[in-house]
Structures are given as structure tokens and as C-alpha cells.
Design a protein. Structure first.
Length: 113
């Protein structure tokens, strides 16, 4: 599916789930957060680097579908202001921590040391 189609689907969503058993750092989760989606991810490897639990989204133990279902219910029952706070935190973090200028600086620092 072209990126433009994926984006259209995400724009219609309220929650983004990335409930992987195994996953590295996931740019799709960053993109979902940048779009203001409420993100629920598993605790598979790099996903907890993408989402800060209860700050920019939620991290749920992998291989526990009942916990995932409960977390989805909990998130849907949050007040509008609580949801907005998480969305704002996520958008801000993606913009500040995962921008191109910061990545370039980190590469330079890494290869200079």
C-alpha cells in the first residue's frame, strides 16, 4: 500500500496498535505519534524506546492479549483532556527527539568519538 494510502487510514484511526512479539525501533510508531494517534505497543525490544509508558502512549506486556484488550478499553475510557495530554506529549517528543537535525548531530558525535 502506498504511503499516502496508509496515511489516509491512520487519519481515520483513534488508536494505533503495534503489538509485536519481536520488533526493533519502529518508525511507524513514531509516525503514528506524530499524527496524534494514541499508541499502544508491546514491550518487544525497541518499542519501549518509541513509546514512553503512560507519558506518550502505553506499553503492554507481549503475549498477553487479555492485557492488551484491557488497555484498549482503559484508553478509550480516558477523558478527552487525558487523551489530549498523551497526544501532545507524543507529538512534542517525536518533534524534539527524532528530528533530522538531532539525528545528524548524534551521528557526527558517534563517529567523531
Amino acid at each position: 500500500m502506498p504511503h499516502s494510502e496508509v496515511k489516509k487510514h491512520l487519519e481515520q484511526a483513534a488508536i494505533y496498535l503495534q503489538y509485536s512479539i519481536q520488533e526493533g525501533f519502529c518508525n511507524a510508531v513514531l509516525e503514528a505519534q506524530a499524527m496524534g494517534l494514541l499508541c499502544i505497543v508491546s514491550d518487544a525490544e525497541g518499542l519501549s524506546e518509541n513509546v514512553l509508558d503512560k507519558q506518550t502512549g502505553w506499553v503492554v506486556e507481549k503475549r498477553k492479549p487479555a492485557l492488551l484488550a484491557e488497555k484498549i478499553k482503559d484508553v478509550m475510557l480516558l477523558s478527552t483532556s487525558e487523551k489530549q495530554k498523551i497526544k501532545t506529549n507524543a507529538i512534542r517528543r517525536v518533534q524534539q527527539e527524532f528530528n533530522l537535525a538531532k539525528q545528524q548531530l548524534e551521528f557526527i558525535n558517534f563517529y567523531s568519538s
